[in-house]
Design a protein. Sequence first.
Lengths: 189, 180
Amino acid sequence: MKKIIAGLLIAVLAIAGIGIGYKINQADASGEEKSVTVLQADYPQYNTAEELVESSDLVFTGTVKNIEYQMIDVGTGEGPDEDTGFVDNEEIPYTLYTIDVDKVYKGSIDSSSIIVKRAGGSFGDDEYVVENASEISKGKNYLFVTETYEDTYPSLLNADQSSYDMDAPQTVMEREEKEIMLSDILKLF
Amino acid sequence: MKINKKMAVFLCMALICGFLVLPVQAATFMNCGDADGKITVQSYKDKYSAKWTKIIDKSIAAWNDSSANVNISVSAQSKNVIKAKRYNDTWYGLTTQTHNKTSGYTSKFIIKVNTKTIKAKATNYSKFARSTVTHEFGHVFWLADNPNTKKSSIMKYDRDRNTMVKPQQFDIDNVNKKYK
């Protein structure tokens, strides 16, 4: 029994050690205090698959072939904004996903591949992380729910309800409150 | 002795669970925010239409007039900027904060507000825009997006942006935990 208690205490100390180690790693080895930039996005939230798909003009499946990061000016037009009067040409950090298109459920795509964007990305020391964003990995097959624009890449509708892993559909047991499942979307087509 | 053993095991398990639970509790707060809750934003009245000046004024007042221990003032020298215009993306608001990696204290922030998505979704444009700006200021006061609570919050994605324009009691309480 003593061995069990000793083992548990070692486990606790090990976890505590990991926590302290993580904190230490936050500081620069040279002793200088580094700055990082984070990004928070306030997105629309959709209560049903119908609402989500209705808000999208391009729904498709495909395999992610490449992921890259790019600063993009997504402002519309030059000069003062027609709504606010404000002038801004600042670029925003984006992650670009190049996708080999498999099937288009809504809207149309002219070529066999497409690039879609989502705010955030990695730029040197700056990590622009959108919290709660769904994971999108290279080589995997997803269903994407997007909005298109005339002069820039389509965007995912939000951070957590716009990409669905086609190879790992969730079971009903895993459904959380207000969660939209891949099967809910596919049922609409 | 048997009870002592059980208690020891229980205490160890509780400690382990405590460590594992910490990240979940952190969902209400970001890992960065202003040091003392007294922030400035760059002068904006000469850059915006009268309608938008009023929207930003009211959003700032929503925090300043609340019981949250924070203050937002306007300064020509401030590095912190509010940028509202039509952007080709799906977000309503976007805040970037540059902060010290060790302390978490924010040294500069930029709030972007997307009038394109607001116009497309709002039934009350002015209130929807105010809800967005007030929400974005919440990030500078450490508040994270979409907290896991049943209580009303300006930080929730599913709030009614056409009506909720002020920080809610849940938000004020959390901000005051940071600025006692």
